[in-house]
Design a binder for this molecule. Structure first.
Ligand code: GLU
Length: 290
């Protein structure tokens, strides 16, 4: 009797052990399930969490400007439009300040879900991240003091030119205008302060960014944008490299927004007073995401 009982007990213990092993197996299964959820893209993430973290600039008037805890500008409006298309309310958006140099790492590390930050689509960057868009086309230009004689990038030899590290305009000066003395900061507002203080002769970045600084009240009449763009900057919406579905969804949202008028409204709300005409979305130029 005792033996049988023991056997039964042993058997019972074995069954329990097996059961636990099975439980362990199940745990593992759900673990790999959550790993694959973490790996899946913004479409699923936005749908399940109703939240989105968007990387934007904080010191570029008209485009991405932080005042207190509020962000305003064209990139902010585009970000809202993408969030809405993903089913995320404005209250579900977390804005996160980025500078030019940390956009790729922020996307790769998952510190942001998307980046809408005057972010040019380039082949170099495409090795690390994917891009929806373009939603706007800018061009590199120069901001100079109102009395400056600089009329284009060919006159930058020996001149102090300020731009931002990790940006396409800084790179262009280094490769195409080697005789210029490039000074780099981490944000354009620092360059503009240096220009106002006479420490540099010019600031270079996209025309639309420079126009925003030139039109600030504190600089009224002090600066001019040269107005001869010397590059093509396609503004994209950065997203994780492997998130092809998310990238396609962003392009679909942009197309729908162009059709229903909300794409134009984004411009009008942020830059309608700039005097520049709202851009038209060229759906044939949208990235293929793959
Ligand atoms: N569009 C350029 C870039 O992505 C210049 C503006 C910026 O640095 O944000 O590098």
């Amino acid at each position: 009797m005792l033996r049988i009982t023991r056997l039964a007990a042993t058997f019972g213990a074995m069954t329990m052990a097996l059961g636990m092993a099975a439980c362990g197996g199940d745990d593992k299964g759900s673990d790999s399930g959550s790993t694959s959820t973490a790996k899946s893209g913004i479409v699923e993430k936005a749908a399940s969490s109703k939240k989105l973290t968007i990387g934007v600039k904080a010191d570029q008037p008209g485009l991405g400007l932080q005042t207190g805890s509020t962000y305003t500008g064209y990139d902010i409006e585009i970000g809202k439009l993408i969030a809405k298309g993903l089913g995320v309310d404005e209250s579900g958006i977390t804005w996160k300040t980025t500078v030019s140099a940390n956009r790729e790492p922020y996307i790769q590390q998952g510190q942001v879900d998307i980046v809408v930050a005057t972010y040019s689509i380039t082949d170099d960057r495409k090795k690390k991240v994917n891009f929806g868009g373009p939603y706007y086309i800018a061009g590199q230009d120069l901001l100079v003091p109102a009395a400056s004689t600089i009329t284009g990038p060919d006159q930058l030899a020996g001149k102090k030119v300020c731009s931002v590290s990790g940006s396409t305009p800084a790179k262009k000066i280094q490769t195409d205008y080697k005789t210029a003395q490039l000074q780099q900061f981490d944000s354009y507002s620092k360059c503009v302060t240096a220009l106002a203080g006479g420490q540099v002769d010019a600031v270079t970045t996209d025309d639309i960014i420079l126009a925003g600084y030139a039109s600030q009240d504190q600089y009224a009449g002090k600066f001019k944008v040269v107005g001869k763009p010397f590059s093509t900057e396609l503004y994209g919406i950065g997203i994780k490299k492997e998130d092809t579905a998310g990238c396609n969804k962003i392009n679909d949202i942009l197309k729908a927004a162009a059709a229903d008028g909300s794409y134009k409204k984004a411009w009008d709300d942020a830059l309608g007073k700039s005097g520049k005409a709202a851009p038209e979305l060229d759906a044939s130029k949208l990235t293929n995401c793959s």
